[in-house]
Design a protein around this ligand. Structure first.
Ligand code: ADP
Ligand code: MG
Length: 734
């Protein structure tokens, strides 16, 4: 019986998973043979600024530094010198290949490796790496999603080195590759990736912040976006993973009955880390340190087998490259520990999902955080102006932010168990909320801005930054003392697009406040009046209550906040004239670029749904139905025999056994029906001219119905016959 062979494989997986030991890995050792301090090898695999200073002639170094730190243009002679020294360095490290490493709109990183090897005149081997190889490369752009940005006949794009993020060496088991962080652009200049718009949005925010700082009477200075991404993930033993096609291919269990001990006990959060997991985390950190990624915290998360890693924040573009590396290294190292990393937003139904909390702020060229509450009245005024800009921007464009965190997989999480809702409100905390309300009500008006700051009690704010204990976990955007935490971003998403949106809508908020200040003739009193105006207009975006509650849905609707429950609904925001105009005005996305992104997000939504449909078919047809039918057949045979014997002995009372067979048969029929309904749903979705909307209306509920029928059967079929590793094994026996 094939179903019994499958079940035997499951029991073997339980045995294997439970006999694993923590892996001992090769630590980086110092000269004395003892494990090296992190500081001694941090960034050893990056061509950092420090390394450039050491290896490049002084004038060249100064110019590349200006290019990295102040965004100045890169000249070819500088590129030439850098190419030469990076090649020497890479070869000395045993590197054989190089690649432009970029972030196309697939959401993953992409690379195409080239050897340094070339042939000389007499056919002899030479290692070569020129400035033009460093600066530019030409992958075949036609195989990446463009959302129609370019037609196929001009399907040519190139990758261009982004000097602001350091080059690094990626080590794999048998070799090393030099990775060159790059942007991906079409020959007509359109952004084909996620990095270019992010960099443009950082520039937009910088411009808007300078204007605002000038308007409130400060010296304008360069402002950069800072970002620290907390990455959540699940670990599962490879033995189980390989027996679940849904996990292996879609990253999520499409079926699976809830375990007897769910997360109700919540004993996993911040609990002690199991030794095998700890070994994995330590090796991940060692790899990350070599790559110059400052991994800082590690801990258990709320769900069983769920964990988090967070680095120290950096400038947003570097932080995002770091986040891509973290996801890559997690997966690579997991393999060595016989784990699989699940980055999916909702691998298990009924269990907490995974997010990527994006801690976002801005800092100026002196290193000062613009969202740090001020210690004197003037600094407080600046703080309030920046805060008001965030409130105003998010209020006006809350739907846009929602659209950019949308995906098939993140929709399972938004609004579900322990995940922020799809309504983009902002939590600021008690004290700040009261100050905003007082301001809106006109408290402190009449006198000078300085007096107003005193009477509002803004001076107490720095304290809040220190002990900001009243965190509201239910808010999608929360002020946490000196930064905003954008929590709705999904665990496997590239944070670029949500952060591009955040930067742009805040730049718009700043521009509006600046304009109001200028209209009122400038000066601190005009600034205070503008802040007040922004706080009054954006009042409805502030919400301190429970974002999980049913009342909030109604109240948010009354307040005029968007609640796009599904991604296809949210994507309409990206087609709105106001959105196109916003991104165009700030030179972040040209119209076609934004329209292309909307199309790609919709296409990806449909593709991911279809993958799940296929997985559901596979799992039902080839695993669950055979097991259930095998069970029913055997039960029917046994029951016949039993009734025969009973009949001969003149016994009665076998109704429980009959009832069990009836229940099983009923369950099989329900699954058959749900399975047939799924096919109909797919047809309906395909026939819908709005394919993505059709998918969310028809396919999502049909998948859910299949799941319920399958999960019910899981509770009826004998354990010895069930082919798929169960939730209790995936979650408690890994
Ligand atoms: P939590 O208590 O939310 O888990 P953590 O301290 O673990 O917070 O993580 C917060 C993240 O925010 C870290 O990545 C940290 O470096 C980052 N962070 C701190 N300050 C800033 C800032 N000014 N801008 C951006 N990110 C910041
Ligand atoms: Mg956090």
């Amino acid at each position: 019986m094939s179903d019994q062979i499958q079940a035997a494989a499951r029991f073997e997986a339980v045995r294997v998973a439970n006999s694993r030991q923590p892996r001992r890995f090769e630590r980086v050792l110092g000269r004395d043979g003892k494990p090296e301090q992190v500081a001694a090898y941090f960034g050893a695999n990056t061509f950092s600024l420090g390394m450039m200073e050491e290896k490049l002639p002084r004038p060249i170094f100064e110019r590349i530094k200006a290019c990295i730190q102040d965004g100045q243009r890169l000249d070819l002679d500088v590129a030439h010198a850098v190419a030469h020294s990076v090649k020497e360095w890479a070869l000395s490290q045993g590197v054989s290949h190089f690649t432009h490493w970029f972030q196309p709109m697939t959401g993953q990183t992409a690379e195409k490796h080239d050897a340094f090897l070339t042939l000389g005149k007499n056919g002899e081997a030479i290692e070569r790496f020129t400035a033009s190889m460093l600066v530019q490369s030409e992958p075949d752009a036609s195989s990446f999603p463009s959302g129609g940005t370019r037609s196929t006949f001009e399907a040519r794009g190139y990758t261009a080195w982004d000097p602001s993020s350091p080059m690094f060496i990626m080590e794999t088991e048998n070799g090393k590759t030099l990775c060159i962080p790059s942007a991906f652009i079409s020959y007509t200049g359109a952004a084909l990736d996620k990095k270019v718009p992010l960099l443009r949005s950082m520039e937009a925010l910088d411009r808007a912040a300078r204007r605002l700082l000038t308007a409130i009477g400060e010296e304008p200075r360069r402002v950069v976006t800072t970002l620290g991404c907390e990455q959540e993930y699940f670990l599962v033993d490879r033995a189980y993973w390989s027996l679940r096609p849904d996990l292996a291919i879609g990253g999520r269990t499409v079926v699976g009955a809830p375990p007897p001990k769910g997360q109700s006990l919540e004993d996993h959060y911040f609990g002690s880390i199991p030794p095998r997991v700890q070994a994995f985390m330590q090796e991940v950190e060692q790899e990350l340190y070599k790559l110059g990624v400052p991994a800082k915290t590690r801990h258990n998360e709320v769900a069983p087998c769920q964990f988090e890693i967070a680095p120290i924040f950096r400038e947003a573009n570097v932080a995002i490259d770091h986040n891509q590396l973290i996801m890559e290294v997690l997966q690579r190292v997991a393999q060595r520990h016989d784990y699989k990393v699940l980055l999916h937003e909702k691998p298990y139904a009924g269990i907490n999902g995974s997010g990527k909390h994006c801690n976002w702020s801005m800092s100026d060229s002196t290193g000062e955080n613009l969202l740090e509450p001020g210690k004197n009245p003037h600094d407080s005024l600046r703080f309030l102006a920046v805060l008001a800009a965030v409130l105003l921007g998010v209020w006006r464009y809350n739907g846009v932010l929602r659209a950019f965190i949308g995906s098939w997989s993140n929709d399972f999480r938004l609004g579900a168990n322990e995940a922020p809702p799809a309504i983009m409100s902002i939590f600021v905390g008690d004290l700040l909320n009261r100050i905003c309300d007082d301001l809106a009500e006109g408290k402190g008006s009449g006198g000078s801005a300085e007096q107003a700051m005193m009477s509002l009690g803004v001076a107490q704010l720095p304290q809040v930054a220190k002990d900001n204990t009243d965190r509201n976990r239910t808010s999608p955007v929360a002020f946490t003392g000196n930064k905003f935490e954008v929590r709705a971003v999904g665990s496997r998403q590239n944070p670029s697009q949500p952060m591009t949106a955040m930067n742009t809508i805040v730049a718009e908020g700043m521009d509006q406040i600046t304009a109001w200040i200028q209209e009122a003739g400038g000066g601190p009193e005009a600034a205070l009046a503008a802040i007040r105006k922004a706080i009054i207009e954006s009042k409805n975006v502030r919400f301190e209550g429970n974002g999980y509650s049913a009342e909030w849905l109604e109240e948010a609707a009354r307040r005029g906040l968007k609640n796009h429950v599904t991604t296809p609904a949210a994507l309409t925001e990206l087609r709105a004239e106001s959105t196109l105009a916003l991104f165009e005005k700030h030179r972040v996305y040209a119209r076609e670029e934004l329209e292309a992104r909307g199309r790609i997000l919709a296409e990806q939504y449909i593709t991911n749904a279809r993958i799940e449909v296929d997985l559901m078919r596979t799992v039902i047809d080839t695993m669950i139905l055979p097991a259930a039918l095998g069970e029913a057949g055997e039960l029917a045979g046994a029951l016949d025999d039993l009734l025969d014997v009973a009949d001969r002995l003149g016994m009665t009372g076998f109704s429980p056994a009959t009832a069990r067979l009836a229940k099983l048969t009923e369950g099989i029929r329900a699954l058959h029906d749900a399975r047939a309904a799924l096919e109909q749903a797919v047809e309906l979705a395909d026939a819908d001219e709005h394919h993505a909307e059709g998918t969310s209306t028809h396919v999502s509920p049909a998948l859910q119905r299949c799941r319920e029928a399958a999960d019910h059967l899981e509770t009826l079929v004998s354990d010895g016959r069930w082919p798929l590793p169960k939730y209790r094994e995936l979650l408690f026996l890994s």
